[in-house]
Write a protein that binds this ligand. Structure first.
Ligand code: NDP
Length: 251
C-alpha cells in the first residue's frame, strides 16, 4: 500500500540505523535522509570510496556522525555476520533500524538460458547474505525499544514477470523472509518487519534494466523517501508483516 507522509525534522533523533547499499542510488539517498532527520547511520556497502563520500556529505549536513561498515554480500559468510553483530554491539549496544536496500539485477533473460553461476550470485547478494545478516542482528534489534526492519522488494517480487529470473525470485524470497521474521518477532519484541517496493526510480540499476527509458521521466531517490521515513520512524510502531510501496499506483 502507498500513502503520503510528512516527516518531521527530528523524526529519527537518537536512533541508530543501518543502511545496506548506502553508497549509491536509493540507499545513498535514504542514508542522507535518515541522518538529516537525526539518526546515527551505519553505512554498509562494498565500495568504500562511495561510502566515504556519503560519510562526508552527512558530516557536511551537520548531522550525527555516521559509521562505515564495508561488507560484500557476495563473499561474506556466517562468521563475518557474527563479527559484524559483535562489533556493532560493542560500538552501539543496540540497533533501532535496518534498511536492507543493497541488491543486484543479474540479467534480464529467458529462464532456460540463465547462467546458474549468476543465479547463485543474485540469490547470495539479494537474499542469502542479507538473511544471515538479519539472523545475526536480531539480538541487537531486540535491545531497542522501537526497532524497524525494512526489506527492499520490487513489483516483480510480488508478481512474477517473464525474463526477470533470479532477481524476481530473490525478491519473492525477501517477501517470505519478512513475513516469517515479522510473525516470529511480533509478540516477543519491539521489532517490526515490513517490505518496501521503491517503484521505478532514477538509479543505475533502473537504467541497466530499462536502457531505452528516459531517466528524466522517473522519480529521483530523494523524491520517494517519505515511505522510508514513515517505516523507519515511530509513526509506524505496531505495523508489521506488511507490504508497502514508495510511489502511488500509476493512473
Ligand atoms: P543501485 O544499483 O543504484 O544501488 C545498489 C546498491 O547496492 C549500491 O550501493 C551497491 O554498491 C550495493 N550493492 C550491490 N551489490 C552489493 C554487494 N554484493 N554487497 C554490498 N552492497 C552491494 O540500485 P538502486 O538504488 O536502484 O536499488 C536499491 C534497491 O531498490 C535494490 O534492492 C533494488 O532491487 C530495489 N529496487 C529498485 C528499483 C529502481 O527502479 N531503482 C525498483 C524496484 C526495486 P556499489 O555502489 O558498490 O555497487
Amino acid at each position: 500500500c502507498y500513502f503520503d507522509y510528512q516527516a518531521t525534522n527530528d523524526l529519527l533523533k537518537g536512533r541508530i540505523v543501518l543502511v545496506t547499499g548506502a553508497g549509491d542510488g536509493i540507499g545513498r539517498a535514504a542514508a542522507l535522509g535518515y541522518a538529516s532527520k537525526g539518526a546515527t547511520v551505519i553505512l554498509l556497502g562494498r565500495t568504500i570510496s562511495k561510502l566515504e563520500s556519503v560519510y562526508d556529505e552527512i558530516e557536511a549536513l551537520g548531522a550525527p556522525e555516521p559509521a562505515i561498515y564495508p561488507l560484500n554480500f557476495e563473499g561474506a559468510s556466517w562468521p563475518d555476520y557474527q563479527q559484524m553483530a559483535d562489533r556493532l554491539y560493542d560500538e552501539f549496544g543496540r540497533l533501532d533500524g535496518v534498511l536492507h536496500n543493497a541488491g543486484i539485477l543479474g540479467k534480464i533473460t529467458p529462464l532456460q538460458g540463465y547462467s546458474p553461476t549468476l543465479w547463485q550470485e543474485v540469490m547470495q547478494v539479494n537474499f542469502n547474505g542479507p538473511t544471515m545478516m538479519l539472523q545475526a542482528l536480531i539480538p541487537l534489534l531486540q535491545e531497542s525499544e522501537d526497532a524497524s526492519v525494512i526489506l527492499t522488494s520490487s513489483s516483480v517480487g510480488r508478481k512474477g514477470r517473464a525474463f526477470w529470473g533470479a532477481y524476481a525470485c530473490s525478491k519473492f524470497a525477501v517477501e517470505g523472509l519478512a513475513q516469517v521474521m515479522a510473525e516470529e518477532l511480533e509478540n516477543i519484541s519491539n521489532v517490526r518487519v515490513n517490505t518496501l517496493n521503491p517503484g521505478a526510480t532514477r538509479t543505475q540499476m533502473r537504467a541497466k534494466a530499462y536502457p531505452g527509458e528516459n531517466p528524466a521521466s522517473l522519480r529521483t531517490p530523494e523524491e520517494i523517501l517519505p515511505t522510508y521515513y514513515y517505516l523507519m520512524g515511530p509513526d509506524s510502531k505496531g505495523v508489521t508483516g506488511q507490504q508497502f510501496d514508495a510511489q502511488p499506483p500509476k493512473a
